[in-house]
Design a protein. Structure first.
Length: 316
């Protein structure tokens, strides 16, 4: 276990993503997934207030409510850290001071808890002065409603400005960065965000680490995409180089008696600044391959081979 960005949040190598809860995973399955995650040593569940407003019939907050019902039923609140985010809920867009406060209180109600362990600014809000946003997060920390701050989907320049603003205001710096990053998508994080995160002592917890499912190996032809909820996300990675990368993942997985997703996540853990891999599951039987990243160490040659294959396949 490692501590996240110098905080007191202890990290298992896998962070459990909650974006499937209330979307592709129903409440009962989601509860079983969270139980299995903690039983496997997991320590941090990640969600957002906007999950899953994109689903017809949903309005946002479904994932938080599912986590909240599990926390109540399981009695395991003190055994897990909860991360959520603000700015993506249809009723709470943006990062004005007033909105950050109201959104946090709404998340706390849905989660049925008295604190958010890690609270992210989900998307940048260029229309709100950073000083106002940073101060709003700092106030939540002072009130005890938020324990630590994180930043997601920020450009390098804006992340630097957040850090500078926090220092100027005497506010706690963010301990976590959540960028889009995987073997098939490198240039959002590399090199600038990586260098800032490493220099600031932040822990990066990248999302889409499995390329929306492409790096699980279950999509080997375009026919495999038909009727899939993430088909449009995965399609962009279909190329000779992308499929060759998946073949290499399969080869290395065989050498480790592991599954393809495990190896894709293990590669992330070899990269500078990455504190843990983040992945989600819709069914409990998907979880063992994700948790196995904790016991899978790539050799230097394997990691280098994957990086070379990624250089050819990365879609930007």
């Amino acid at each position: 276990m490692t501590a996240l960005g110098g905080s007191d949040i202890e990290l298992h190598p896998l962070v459990l993503g909650g974006n499937t809860f209330g979307w592709t995973g129903d409440e009962a399955a989601s509860h079983r997934i969270m139980d299995a995650y903690l039983d496997g040593g997991g320590t941090l569940i990640d969600t957002a207030d906007g999950y899953s407003a994109w689903v017809p019939g949903n309005s946002g907050g479904e994932s938080e409510r599912t986590i909240g019902s599990w926390l109540k039923a399981s009695g395991r609140r003190d055994s897990v850290a909860i991360a959520t985010k603000v700015s993506g809920h249809p009723e709470f867009p943006g990062l004005s001071g007033k909105n950050v406060k109201a959104a946090a209180e709404a998340s706390l109600r849905r989660l049925g808890t008295d604190r958010i362990d890690l609270y992210y600014a989900h998307f940048d809000d260029p229309d709100t002065p950073l000083e106002e946003t940073v101060a709003a997060f700092a106030a939540l920390v002072e009130e005890g409603k938020v324990r630590h701050v994180g930043v997601s989907n920020y450009a390098p320049k804006r992340l630097r400005e957040w850090l500078e603003t926090a220092d100027r205001l005497g506010a706690a710096r963010p301990v976590a960065l959540q960028p889009h990053y995987s073997l098939v998508h490198r240039n959002t994080y590399e090199p600038e965000l990586r260098d800032i995160a490493v220099g600031a002592g932040m822990g990066a917890l990248p999302y889409y680490g499995l390329g929306g499912g492409f790096l699980t190996g279950k999509y080997r032809t375009r026919a495999d995409l038909e009727g899939r909820s993430r088909g449009s996300t995965v399609e962009r990675y279909f190329s000779d180089a992308g499929l060759a990368l998946v073949d290499l993942l399969a080869e290395i997985a065989d050498a480790h008696s592991a599954e393809i997703p495990t190896i894709a996540l293990a590669w992330l853990l070899t990269r500078p600044g990455i504190a843990a891999a983040l992945a989600s599951a819709s069914r409990p039987e998907q979880l063992p391959a994700l948790l196995a990243v904790a016991d899978t160490a790539l050799t230097d040659d394997e990691a280098a081979a994957l990086t070379r294959a990624s250089d050819a396949a990365a879609a930007g």
